[in-house]
Design a protein around this ligand. Structure first.
Ligand code: SF4
Length: 307
């Protein structure tokens, strides 16, 4: 199907979605055209949980690979499709099975706490998963003083600072998008918009995070803005979130922290890919049974330790 205008393409997508009893989920960083066609927009874990609770037979996950895998882990009987094959996350890909095996051998008494931004195989080798919103709480509550934390060094550093009684071994991975925010950008944004609240994602560098009024995940930012009395906000995360913030809070103003920071993997999926995913049922996420079960156990353990 070539050269269809966007409105007609959206109609075809809705039609196919209905015929196939499918649901479309989109991460907060997806392009506006994808957010508009989605049934739900959210962060990776919110979407994975939604996919487990929907009665749809098929899930089209517009995000990066580890997110679609997490949806499959939580809804093993559903068909989970990723509209583009090559949408990896460099942070998730920074740690391999061999790396983690070595770390575990070196620190046999440590509990492995893994941020959701990891592959299914890494989750399956972990004791417990966490999100950026509950990382500190999970590490605090796991029954061990020594913890291997992966894969994000900035989030790991934030955890370490908050829990000085724990020995936290941090994997040196990072998100290249959040890593781009600088202290200069913070000073400039604060002087240009002095009455704004500065919200920063914990995947940013510690020297940037220290200036935040609020350090929180994308879902935390959405919740904070909705209930805040402030009218203007400086947003220190991937640019895509601003579209949703503006849509849900039309009377409030939002400024990017410095130049807009873009995750290229997140912007690869277009309407035509969503259409093709539904039409040809591609690209299906398939996981080994043991990986699926062990990864699910690590995610379930998070509920136990997040207090
Ligand atoms: S924003 Fe960063 S962590 Fe999120 S998908 Fe892109 S590279 Fe990965």
């Amino acid at each position: 199907m070539k050269n269809l205008d966007k409105d007609r393409l959206k109609q075809h997508i809705r039609q196919l979605k209905h015929e196939k009893h499918a649901v479309i989920l989109a991460h907060n960083y997806q392009l506006p055209e994808i957010q508009e066609i989605a049934d739900f927009v959210g962060d990776s874990l919110e979407l994975a949980r939604l996919s487990a609770n929907t009665d749809a037979d098929m899930i089209v996950f517009c995000g990066v690979r580890f997110m679609a895998e997490t949806a499959k882990i939580l809804s093993p009987d559903k068909k989970v499709l990723l509209p583009k094959e090559d949408v990896g996350c460099p942070l998730a890909d920074s740690v391999t099975v061999e790396d983690l095996l070595l770390l575990k051998q070196r620190h046999p008494a440590a509990v492995v706490v893994t941020y959701v931004n990891t592959s299914a195989e890494i989750k399956a080798m972990s004791d417990v998963c966490c999100t950026s919103a509950n990382a500190v709480e999970v590490v605090r509550n796991v029954p061990a003083r020594k913890v291997i934390f992966l894969p994000d060094r900035n989030l790991g550093d934030w955890v370490r600072k908050n829990l000085p009684d724990k020995e936290v071994i941090v994997w040196p991975g990072y998100c290249y998008v959040h890593e781009q925010f600088t202290v200069d950008e913070v000073h400039q944004a604060k002087s240009q918009h002095p009455d704004s609240v500065l919200l920063i994602h914990p995947e940013c560098k510690p020297e940037v995070v220290q200036f935040a009024d609020v350090v929180t995940s994308t879902s935390g930012m959405l919740r904070y803005v909705k209930t805040s009395d402030s009218q203007t906000f400086i947003i220190g995360t991937e640019e895509g979130l601003i579209y949703r913030l503006k849509k849900e809070n039309p009377n409030k103003r939002f400024y990017s922290l410095g130049t807009p920071k873009v995750c290229f993997s997140m912007k690869k999926i277009r309407l035509m890919d969503v259409y093709n995913a539904l039409q040809y049922e591609q690209y299906e996420i398939k996981l080994d049974k043991k990986v699926l079960t062990d990864a699910r156990n690590a995610i379930t353990a998070m509920l136990k330790y997040k207090g």
